[in-house]
Design a protein around this ligand. Structure first.
Ligand code: UDP
Ligand code: MG
Length: 338
């Protein structure tokens, strides 16, 4: 029978955690009772370096029920990395990632499992309504998905990180070693039979968003620069057009200067193209800088997350090494292992 593991990244989520955990355990009980998933199914909370009582709560919840597991990252690494830590280190035949605030409708999970049983290795949760989000978030999200598509990034509109992945898909994901993570851009590249399950996005039931505007913008930029070189092509084209135009302008200015006596002190003709070209250059230097900084971070090959502790039922004391570490430094792990 299928073993399900629900992966929930948490950053300062003390307000929602107990309720979220209760609801997820209730769902698991129902699924186990119905014979859909095995007794070994679990909920894994990934604490993304929270500053509040989130980890203490996870420990308590784990003490109360072995079905609750925990992974503690050594510091805040952001939602995408926390999610990856959970996906790459949690056991289970099927992993489903969802947000701690349960904005993603957990009643869609049985339908996702159903799609898995029918052969899908990846099932995308897609919001068909987001009346709970602010109009600003709705419109910017919509525009953003459009831009990504225009930039040839394969992405499913309305899909965030609520998805089911089979063990096979997870192992394929392990092969993607990029440091600049934009999971919803990577997953479609894995291939495999996929399915889509629609759901309605709820409001956060407690606490506030951990995705302020600057984090959202950073993720948006990541999505474009990690998956598309189209902006670079634009810079080439725009550069070409501007060069041709200014050549024409130069010829015209020379003509005025040589064959007429209209050549005024020439302030306009000097200053206008100077500003214009300066602006364009700065714009695209910035853009290229964005790519260069990504090359920089990719070549450093730093670990994308570091696990400090894990909690699972077989090691109640909570200290267990995860194989994932081996990838980074065999020696450190050997020293730590008894
Ligand atoms: N999150 C995280 N690390 C961060 C920021 C957010 O793990 O640095 C988690 C957060 O706890 C939640 C999920 O990412 O489970 C989505 O965050 P949130 O609900 O605040 O974002 P929104 O729904 O407002 O986009
Ligand atoms: Mg949320």
């Amino acid at each position: 029978m299928t073993t399900l593991n629900l992966i929930v990244p948490c950053y300062n989520e003390e307000e929602v955690l107990p309720e979220t955990c209760a609801r997820l355990l209730d769902l698991l009980d129902r699924l186990i009772l119905a014979g859909t998933v095995s007794e070994a199914s679990a909920v894994t909370f990934v604490d993304d370096g929270s500053r509040d009582r989130t980890w203490a709560l996870i420990e308590t919840l784990h003490q109360e029920g072995p079905r609750v597991r925990g992974i503690k990252l050594s510091r805040n690494r952001g939602h995408q990395n926390a999610l990856l830590a959970g996906l790459l280190s949690a056991p289970g035949d099927v992993l489903i990632s969802l947000d701690a605030d349960l904005q993603d409708d957990i009643e869609a999970i049985p339908r996702m499992l159903d799609a898995f049983e029918r052969g899908a290795e990846i099932v995308f949760g897609v919001r068909h309504k987001r009346s709970a989000d602010t109009p600003f978030k709705r419109y910017t999200a919509k525009a953003y998905y459009r831009i990504l598509r225009a930039f040839d990034v394969e992405i499913l509109p309305g899909h965030a990180d609520f998805r089911l992945m089979s063990r096979r898909a997870i192992e394929a994901l392990r092969g993607f070693q990029e440091v600049n993570l934009f999971l919803r851009g990577i997953i479609p590249l894995l291939g495999f039979p996929t399915a889509v399950v629609e759901y309605e996005r709820h409001a956060r039931f407690a606490g506030e968003s951990k995705y302020p505007l600057h984090k959202m913008l950073a993720l948006a930029f990541e999505g474009i620069t990690s998956f598309s070189a189209v902006p670079l092509k634009w810079s080439t084209w725009l550069g070409a057009v501007v060069s041709v135009a200014s050549l024409g302008f130069g010829v015209w200015a020379l003509f005025i200067h040589t064959f007429t006596n209209l050549a005024l002190p020439g302030w306009t003709s000097t200053v206008v193209p100077m500003y214009f070209l300066g602006g364009i250059q700065l714009l695209f230097l910035g853009l290229i800088g964005g790519y260069v900084s990504r090359i920089y971070s990719e070549t450093k090959q730093r670990p994308r997350f570091i696990i400090e502790r894990t909690l699972d039922s077989s090691h109640r004391d909570g200290i267990r090494q995860v194989d994932f570490w081996r990838q980074y430094d065999e020696r450190i792990v050997d020293q730590l292992l008894p």
